[in-house]
Design a protein around this ligand. Structure first.
Ligand SMILES: Cc1cc2nc3c(=O)[nH]c(=O)nc-3n(C[C@H](O)[C@H](O)[C@H](O)COP(=O)(O)OP(=O)(O)OC[C@H]3O[C@@H](n4cnc5c(N)ncnc54)[C@H](O)[C@@H]3O)c2cc1C
Length: 399
């Protein structure tokens, strides 16, 4: 008789604890991209299947989320080998991140409302059980363990887990989103929050996502499901909770201060975990290191920062928590700090205080953005496929 393999077992080999599973250095991410590229033409067909080892997907999301690789680099690389039509599905997925980030940047109140709601919620016993992997549906318990132990879940498993949490368990989506955010290596304020809202039926009018038993049986590899079917009957015919309060959030044009770099000033560069692409324009670099509570996530980020630091040869680097930025700038007698603008999310929330403190010390903070990010941002006014239509020719031209 075939024995079932659970996620924890498949994840326990050294592979899952070294950086080739979820590359944490630029070199490892490029190696993984080269490896993935060999199968990229099958991605559209295979991507929805959850298989042991997750070989059918790129597993590059932590690297792309923190910009060890940019979306443009990934797209260029893949288009070098394949016709656009062969890899369009993969390219669309890569640009979903820019779409979600752009969508949220135009509606930042969705992020602040989420944080406010989260703050007001209590973690009930049922939620605690599901997060601890002690709920009634065995396969969902496996997903909870996989998430906490590896920092990753396949996209379909994320959808099933979120659907189960919201619609079968009746738990608040904000608590589930927070659980994911605390553990995912690729935790991204936009992709995570908006995907949870989408499953809850708050993102697209009339659309909720239900984790159906039949769908799980179709897309989850039998080796992962066998012997773990307990509780699946709860997902056979359940109904979606109907979000009574669907509101289309208003678009607010971002009111960024667009300061230009003043080349006459003594300047330093602030590199942070929202954008670890190494191209600092200054000799002095502050690499902010604020490690998350999850040890798995903290380890990944530490490795990524080690990698960045090792590539900053010829620069004078100080690595410390963000609270040390002002003291560093004063010590180096800087009049200007340059950085890539943090996206809507945790780091960006600290900007007001940071800017105030720097202003008091007479230090300018100049926030840069990449041209294509700015351009794409203005296009996320409606759904993804409208957005894709508008950017498609630009992506094709990357070939
Ligand atoms: C409830 C829920 C929460 C999620 N939370 C996050 C999150 O916090 N951070 C995150 O990066 N993704 C999130 N996703 C999206 C998606 O699940 C992951 O990006 C994907 O599983 C990453 O694995 P991969 O790199 O192997 O993806 P692949 O299938 O290989 O896709 C290639 C790349 O495209 C991007 N991508 C793929 N799917 C999506 C998507 N749906 N949205 C945005 N970008 C995508 C990623 O950068 C990924 O590396 C969430 C999805 C759901 C349903």
């Amino acid at each position: 008789m075939r024995r079932s393999v659970n996620f924890t077992e498949t994840m326990q080999s050294d592979f899952w604890t070294n950086s080739s599973a979820f590359p944490s250095t630029r070199e490892a991410a490029l190696d993984r991209l080269v490896e993935f590229e060999k199968t990229a033409s099958r991605y559209g067909r295979d991507r929805n299947h959850v298989v042991p080892g997750h070989q059918n997907v790129s597993r590059l999301s932590p690297a792309i989320r923190h910009r060890l690789l940019t979306e443009t680099e990934v797209a260029k690389h893949i288009l070098h080998r394949y016709a656009f039509s062969t890899v369009e599905k993969f390219l669309q997925e890569v640009y979903w991140r820019r779409y979600w980030k752009s969508w949220l940047a135009l509606r930042p109140q969705v992020w602040t409302d989420y944080l406010r709601d989260l703050d007001a919620l209590e973690v009930c016993e049922a939620a605690q059980k599901v997060m601890a992997g002690e709920g009634e549906v065995e396969i969902m318990n496996d997903f909870a363990h996989e998430l906490v132990e590896t920092g990753y879940l396949h996209n379909h498993a994320r959808m099933w887990f979120a659907g189960y949490w919201i619609h079968a368990m009746g738990l608040p989506w904000q608590l589930g989103a927070d659980f994911f955010y605390r553990h995912l290596l690729d935790a991204d304020p936009a992709s995570n929050t908006l995907s949870w809202r989408w499953v809850a039926g708050l993102q697209t009018r009339g659309k909720t996502y239900l984790a159906r038993r039949s769908n799980i049986e179709k897309f989850l590899h039998p080796d992962l499901l066998q012997g773990r079917e307990g509780g699946l009957e709860l997902l056979a015919n359940h109904q979606g909770l109907n979000p009574s309060a669907f509101i289309r959030p208003e678009i607010k044009e971002p009111a960024y201060k667009h300061l230009a770099v003043d080349p006459s000033l003594v300047s330093g560069f602030w590199l942070h975990s929202d954008d670890l692409s190494v191209d600092p324009k200054c000799h002095e670099v502050f690499l902010s290191e604020d490690l998350p509570a999850s040890e798995v996530k903290a380890q990944w980020l530490r490795e990524a920062l080690d990698d960045v630091e090792s590539r900053l040869t010829g620069h004078c680097v100080e690595r410390a928590p963000i609270t040390g930025l002002l003291a560093w700038a004063e010590k180096k007698k800087l009049a200007q700090i340059i950085a890539y603008r943090p996206e809507i999310g945790v780091l960006n929330d600290q900007l007001i205080e940071i800017e105030k403190a720097l202003e008091k010390a007479n230090i300018r903070l100049v926030l840069l953005s990449r041209g294509e990010d700015d351009e794409f941002q203005s296009l996320a006014t409606a759904g993804f496929f409208g957005f894709w239509k508008k950017i498609e020719s630009q992506i094709r031209a990357l070939k």
